[in-house]
Design a protein. Structure first.
Length: 247
């Protein structure tokens, strides 16, 4: 008969094992009542050695290695364990069934722990990314508020220009353009508007605000009707003197 399945009860520490598998489970009651008791003391000691190697190698123990390492090449004691169905040999590999059960159980548990850890890691990364994204948005929002406050504190503001220009057309596109204009040019615009508005009392003949800004119309000379009349008079007088030099 094969060795009965061993249930968790007693832990035997194997110092050479991997850090993740420091112990295998061993129940003395099963040892006392199992087929191992019909084996010799030498076979019992060999079985403990085989269990230690089997566990440390994660269930991969070639028959040839066990024979050389633990039996000095003498197969009789190893065969005793096989004959009493304490161990099995399949395809040149030693199989210890109760230890396979523990290894499988460990792999399943490790897989679940790994999945849980990965999930926690992903959640932590997602939370970190979200927090970073929120922090960036908050920083941008504060910068915009500061920018607006600084802009609002300077004269002239866009509203100052908009109200004074008094032709409310295309504000959506006009305001971004205003924000790009330098402060000294904004001040020049406000000075220019006084004369420009007087020269164009009819709003229909006044440039749209965006056109005024895009064309930098504040740099242009303003020609009033009075100026046009004076120039015309000067030109007429000049023409008369040329025609009648003796006058």
């Amino acid at each position: 008969m094969r060795l009965p399945r061993i249930v968790p009860f007693f832990y035997l520490k194997i110092n050479q094992m991997a850090k993740e598998l420091p112990y295998f489970k061993f129940e003395p009651n099963q040892w006392e009542n199992g087929n191992i008791q019909i084996c010799s003391r030498e076979a019992k000691g060999l079985f403990i050695d085989l269990c230690s190697s089997y566990w440390s190698r994660l269930g991969e123990l070639p028959y040839a290695l066990a024979l050389q390492k633990h039996c000095n090449g003498i197969a009789s004691v190893l065969q005793e364990l096989i004959n009493n169905e304490i161990i099995i040999v399949l395809d040149g590999q030693i199989v210890i069934e109760f230890m396979d059960e523990q290894l499988n159980e460990f792999q399943e548990t490790s897989g679940k722990r790994r999945d849980a850890a990965n999930k926690r890691w992903k959640n932590a990364n997602a939370l970190q990314v979200q927090c970073k994204s929120n922090a960036i948005r908050e920083e941008k929002r504060r910068e915009e508020e500061i920018k607006k406050k600084n802009t609002a504190s300077l004269f002239p503001s866009f509203d100052d220009f908009w109200i004074k220009y008094d032709k409310q057309v295309g504000r959506k596109n006009c305001e971004p353009k205003w924000d790009k204009i330098k402060q000294n040019e904004k001040e020049a615009i406000m000075q220019h508007l006084d004369s420009y508005i007087l020269s164009t009392p009819e709003k229909a003949f006044r440039k749209n605000p965006l056109s005024y800004l895009n064309q930098e119309a504040w740099s242009n000379e303003i020609i009033t009707k009075n100026q046009m009349n004076n120039e015309q008079f000067t030109n007429i007088a000049k023409s008369i003197r040329e025609q009648y030099p003796n006058l």
